[in-house]
Design a protein. Structure first.
Length: 118
């Protein structure tokens, strides 16, 4: 069993920053073998890609809508992936989900709410 637990969400004002964390655990789960990603979803819309990071952390990718404002990072010693969100906008309001992907395996967290007021 693999558990991904997101934290760090909350209510902030436009222009503020938040840092989301996703802690991974599992008896046979090898965190450093998984590419990690963040996705977000608002009611009535499809879940959308936000950012991803390779197993070693050497490569990252971002959605155009967050490029230059969000930074994904990981600490393989702590089995944790982070999403630093700066210059937040009301349109960033969503439930943010952590995702772990490896060959033939795909895990999701339960999500954390981020609300940005104007």
């Amino acid at each position: 069993q693999v558990h991904l637990v997101e934290s760090g969400g909350g209510l902030v004002q436009a222009g503020d920053s938040l840092r989301l964390s996703c802690a991974a655990s599992g008896r046979t789960f090898i965190f450093s073998s998984y590419a990690m990603g963040w996705f977000r979803q608002t009611p009535g819309k499809e879940r959308e890609f936000v950012a991803a990071i390779s197993t070693s952390g050497g490569r990252t990718a971002y959605a155009d809508s967050v490029k230059g404002r969000f930074t994904i990072s990981r600490d393989n010693a702590k089995n944790t992936v982070y999403l630093q969100m700066d210059s937040l906008r009301p349109e960033d309001t969503a439930v943010y989900y952590c995702n772990a992907v490896s060959v033939g395996r795909d895990y999701w967290g339960q999500g954390t709410q981020v609300t940005v007021s104007s």
